[in-house]
Design a protein around this ligand. Structure first.
Ligand code: SF4
Length: 333
């Protein structure tokens, strides 16, 4: 899976590093002082991840927890994200990581204790507020969780801090570690879903829709809180029929009333990522619709089109059984 594994000198003798290295016996191991001495130093094409991917094991320095932008999650509550990894094993055509980093090589940060300490500072600074922490801003939260094994550490933190909430965002079906953990009222496993055709065409290397719905049902039955993101929605002629079919399949598997929240968001890019995605996927039908650059420097559909798509999908989701208060529109004011 990884051609080289680069390890920071500081952590080379830790048990977690040995455990990870032992999983990838054919990778060449190299040591370095700091991961960013090599990672991203020279431009490595995004699509090289198909044939040549390296892994970096490191400690995250600087800010470990950052405040999320407005409209990131449920309104009225504060949202932060923490950084436990950079890059992803999947390859979604619209992924904002292309063009965001100089390289698709994966970094796993292993200093989860320090990340939890910084989260504690955030919680302590807002004693009367609900604080959300989101994992997976720069990676998938669960795809490699059987290797990284950090969920247990975060579980401890959220047991101790019931007023804080955790969201684990994923497109994977890797719920092995999650299944071993006792469900907590303040922890949410959230799954991103798209209609089956869209998953096959654009969410390259991700598990099929049916497998994701099955994973949701297993986690939900076990007692974990579930969130679902229908994001990014990409417009085409059959979009409403395809989403109605997806909502129907989901409702057949689990009552939508039992899902804690749903987010709906349309595809959006920074100008740089838009340019990179066009370069990487020049034939992708996702560029068939009209895009504009908004005053916030986001490339997305015009406001009226976004409102039309999102309101229609929201209505359809509610018709299929979702409680209106649990549906929010992501990154829309
Ligand atoms: S799962 Fe998320 S982070 Fe991974 S490639 Fe797809 S969009 Fe990017």
């Amino acid at each position: 899976m990884f051609e080289n594994i680069f390890i920071e000198e500081d952590i080379r003798d830790t048990a977690k590093v040995s455990e990870i290295v032992n999983r990838f016996k054919s990778s060449t191991v190299k040591y370095l002082k700091s991961y960013d001495d090599v990672w991203g130093r020279t431009k490595k094409p995004y699509l090289s991840k198909r044939t040549n991917l390296n892994l970096f094991l490191a400690k995250k320095k600087g800010h470990l927890v950052k405040e999320a932008p407005n409209a990131y999650g449920l309104a009225g509550e504060k949202h932060f994200y923490f950084i436990h990894a950079y890059n992803c094993i999947y390859e979604c055509e619209y992924c904002y990581l292309q063009g965001y980093f100089n390289t698709p090589d994966i970094v796993l940060f292993l200093n989860h204790d320090e990340i939890a300490q910084e989260m504690q500072q955030v919680v302590d600074a807002h004693p009367n507020e609900t604080i959300w922490f989101h994992a997976g801003e720069f990676s998938d939260s669960l795809a490699l969780s059987h290797i990284t094994g950090e969920l247990e550490a975060y579980w401890e933190f959220f047991k101790k801090n019931p007023q804080a909430k955790l969201e684990l965002r994923t497109k994977s079906v890797n719920i092995k570690r999650l299944e071993k953990l006792e469900p907590l009222e303040n922890v949410y496993a959230s799954f991103s879903l798209s209609p089956e055709r869209a998953v096959k065409e654009r969410d390259l290397k991700t598990p099929p829709l049916k497998a994701r719905i099955k994973a949701i049902e297993v986690a939900r039955t076990q007692g974990h809180n579930i969130g679902i993101h229908f994001d990014p929605v990409i417009y085409h002629n059959d979009v409403f029929e395809e989403y109605a079919q997806l909502f129907k399949e989901l409702a057949q598997s689990a009552s939508l009333e039992s899902i804690s929240y749903f987010s709906l968001g349309v595809v959006r890019f920074t100008p740089q990522v838009f340019h990179e995605a066009q370069k990487n996927y020049p034939k992708s039908p996702m560029f068939g619709a009209q895009f504009i650059k908004s005053s916030e420097d986001i490339v997305r559909y015009p406001r009226s089109m976004r409102a039309w798509i999102l309101n229609k999908l929201k209505e359809s989701l509610i018709e299929h059984g979702a409680t209106p208060e649990t549906v929010y529109l992501c990154m829309e004011d």
